[in-house]
Write a protein that binds this ligand. Structure first.
Ligand code: SME
Length: 157
């Protein structure tokens, strides 16, 4: 199956998940579980939401392990960098990036995609991969689409 076709199927599945009658946190967790199950290079996926414009707070995640970084000030980490730059951060080798804040020793690459509501950054999707150079422009496009879907359920204003 082509990657485009796989993405279309996944986006349709995710649109079904957001229609179920459940709390936003539960819906998001189901979406993250779905992604991790179907995209093997996504080893840990979390949604962080921006609080008081100065820190990120973990909303929910899918992964084998818990992160100790449940709160990240925006002056720290790759996650903070994505907020400051308001852009996608795609790091092929985390050992070569001085901003990197380690969560799991297995992580080799990381993708962070900001989530916007009316041009305002409200959070981000963070993916750790145990593979080097795991993410390409297709992943960036796809995760950005997921952000556009989930913003509707995490922020209601
Ligand atoms: N590595 C991130 C911290 C979050 S964990 O990967 C879950 C960073 O550098 O900001």
């Amino acid at each position: 199956m082509s990657i485009k076709r796989k993405y279309i199927i996944s986006l349709n599945e995710i649109k079904k998940i957001i229609k179920i009658n459940a709390l936003a946190e539960i819906k998001c967790k189901k979406i993250l579980d779905y992604l991790r199950k179907n995209y093997k290079h996504y080893n840990w996926i979390g949604i962080y939401l921006l609080k008081n414009k100065n820190k990120l707070k973990l909303f929910t995640y899918s992964g084998d392990k818990e992160t100790q970084h449940k709160i990240i000030p925006i002056n720290k980490g790759l996650c903070g960098l994505a907020v400051r730059k308001k852009e996608i951060i795609n790091v092929p080798d985390v050992t070569l990036n001085s901003n990197y804040l380690e969560c799991f020793p297995e992580t080799k690459s990381e993708l962070i995609v900001p989530i916007f509501k009316n041009n305002e950054l409200i959070g981000e999707i963070d993916i750790d991969s145990y593979k080097l150079n795991a993410f390409n422009k297709n992943d960036e496009w796809f995760i950005n689409k997921i952000g556009e879907i989930i913003v509707k359920i995490v922020i209601k204003k």
